[in-house]
Design a binder for this molecule. Structure first.
Ligand code: AMP
Length: 241
């Protein structure tokens, strides 16, 4: 399932009157933001907006933006704020975001968070944005990162240790080849964690200080984490902002 196809899914019965609205999924590389965003997208019919996926799409198409981003991404460093802010701005101009969306991998710096906070009213966002931080300890993150494989077509995420495909290297859903991200190496992971600690951890504190923030334990099985996120979202949407 791609971000673009998400808009065509209808909301699940479980949430007949509940729509999550704009959601930020926060957490270190490998906590499962992408996997959880895909589940929320399927359940609620709102799109996943992953800045990493948009950048990888640009690399695959050989755009100027992709060429500028690739070297930084392969080293595990962040792409400049202006580039990702512009990408998010363009994505939020699409019509499929009105019932809500899941931002995955953005904002990653305080400057991006401030930009988003000031621009959301311009994007016409209602109800207000809520943030869920997924926590997993660092040793487990490395295992998840190095074991991650992604379907080249539907983008479903596997892990060769904890959620392997039936046939190695082949997607269970559509039979396409699985690939490993070029930044899912131990060396790039170390850099990504450095960027996370110095630049992204303050973003979590920024949203924690608001009353629109919850935290979930990401070490549990995928379905349990998904349930915790949905309960967190329901409780956030019930509380007054
Ligand atoms: P992800 O798929 O979210 O793990 O992102 C992969 C890589 O894309 C990151 O390591 C960064 O190099 C780049 N990237 C993705 N999102 C952002 C962002 N919000 N700000 C800066 N760089 C980003």
């Amino acid at each position: 399932m791609t971000s673009d196809s998400a808009a065509h899914h209808s909301p699940a019965q479980a949430g007949t009157t509940f729509l999550p609205g704009p959601v930020l999924l926060l957490g270190a590389p490998g906590v499962g933001k992408g996997t959880q965003a895909q589940l929320l997208m399927a359940e609620f019919g709102i799109p996943q907006i992953s800045t990493g996926d948009i950048l990888r799409g640009n690399i695959a198409r050989g755009t100027e933006l992709g060429k500028a981003a690739k070297e930084l991404m392969d080293k595990g460093q962040l792409v400049p704020d202006q580039i990702v802010n512009d990408m998010v701005q363009a994505r939020l101009d699409n019509d499929d975001v009105h019932a809500g969306y899941i931002l995955d991998g953005f904002p990653r710096t305080l400057a991006q968070a401030t930009w988003l906070d000031t621009h959301l009213p311009i994007f016409g966002e209602t109800p207000p944005l809520v943030a869920v931080n997924i926590r997993v300890d660092e040793a487990e993150l490395l295992r998840r990162i190095t074991g991650r494989r992604t379907c080249t077509v539907c983008k479903h995420i596997y892990n060769i240790y904890s959620h392997p495909p039936v046939k190695p290297g082949v997607c269970d859903i559509d039979g396409s080849t699985l690939s490993q991200r070029s930044d899912d190496t131990e060396a790039a992971f170390a850099e990504r964690m450095k960027a996370y600690v110095s630049l992204t951890a303050p973003v979590i504190e920024h949203y924690r200080a608001s009353n629109r923030f919850r935290e979930v334990d990401g070490a549990a099985p995928v379905e349990e984490v998904a349930e915790s996120i949905v309960s967190a979202l329901k409780s956030l949407r019930q509380s007054k902002h």
